[in-house]
Ligand binder design. Structure first.
Ligand SMILES: *[C@@H]1O[C@H](CO)[C@@H](O)[C@H](O)[C@H]1NC(C)=O
Ligand SMILES: *[C@@H]1O[C@H](CO)[C@@H](O)[C@H](O)[C@H]1NC(C)=O
Length: 238
């Protein structure tokens, strides 16, 4: 099978004209609308919502990842390729969502990557068919040797995703587990200019409540809810 590495080399020559592009979809469970894409063959959905673009820019956003529970793991690359990108792996274990950041400098097993902070939001869960992780991702726009949209949060960027349909992580209880190479992958173009939103004071209350509930009283921090405060549930454009 063509590897992600080879595909990207091919694309670098061909340009990204044939790539699928993001559009808006709304998650009825959380009320959040995302800019993203569903792969009809892999049955993987990925969505993004960003706070309004500010100077300096916020370093956080919300990601939604939905995949079949039958996958050994599902992965996403915010840099559009495996190397030098912020990656996330996701799989279910014992009805728990196992989600974590990874990174690699080359085409070898990506290792867990300290720095990005993920907080699962309430619409996350596992049912009989799918695992769904809706997570706040803090310190996620810049990583070693790369950044979201190459530093321009109003640009068009490539998001890559992978699935391992036949092999499970060797120790699925551990987010740092060794994983085998994915057996399928693809990518889409994410229009970051469509991802941020206007503030609506009324509709932010819901999100703030979510944070208070799920971060716990010790972690409540007005500053760290900036992303959430900037997210408008009713008029979300993303
Ligand atoms: C943010 O993430 C980077 C890795 O991308 C890490 O080096 C840095 O310590 C993190 N910053 C904070 C405040 O956690
Ligand atoms: C399981 O969750 C997925 C993702 O939210 C949803 O599309 C699907 O309909 C759900 N399946 C069942 C059986 O409820």
């Amino acid at each position: 099978m063509l590897s992600l590495k080879n595909l990207l080399a091919t694309l670098a020559c061909a340009g990204l004209v044939a790539a699928q592009s993001s559009s808006q979809f709304c998650d009825s469970a959380s009320g959040i609308c995302f800019q993203g894409y569903t792969d009809p063959e892999m049955d993987v959905t990925m969505g993004f919502v960003f706070p309004p673009v500010t100077t300096p820019p916020s370093n956080e956003f919300i990601i939604q990842l939905i995949a079949p529970i039958t996958n050994g793991y599902t992965g996403i690359s915010l840099g559009g390729q495996m190397a030098n990108s912020l990656l996330f792996t996701l799989w279910p274990y014992d009805n728990e969502i196992i989600l974590g950041p990874r990174w690699t400098s080359g085409y070898v097993l990506p290792e867990p990557y300290p720095g990005p902070e993920t907080t699962l939001l309430p619409s996350s869960g596992i049912n009989s068919t799918h695992i769904k992780a809706t997570f706040r991702c803090q310190n996620c726009t810049v990583w070693e040797a790369g950044s979201m949209g190459s530093g321009d949060l109003t640009s068009f960027t490539v998001i890559a995703y992978v699935v391992a349909t036949t092999t499970e992580p060797s120790d699925p209880a551990d987010v740092a587990s060794v994983i085998q190479e994915h057996d399928d992958f693809n990518f889409f173009g994410l229009d970051l200019s469509q991802c941020s939103t206007l503030v609506d004071v009324d509709s932010t209350q819901f999100i703030i409540d979510i944070n208070l509930e799920h971060l716990g009283s010790t972690l409540v921090d007005i500053d760290s809810t900036q992303l959430i405060v900037g997210t408008n549930l009713e008029h979300l454009d993303c």
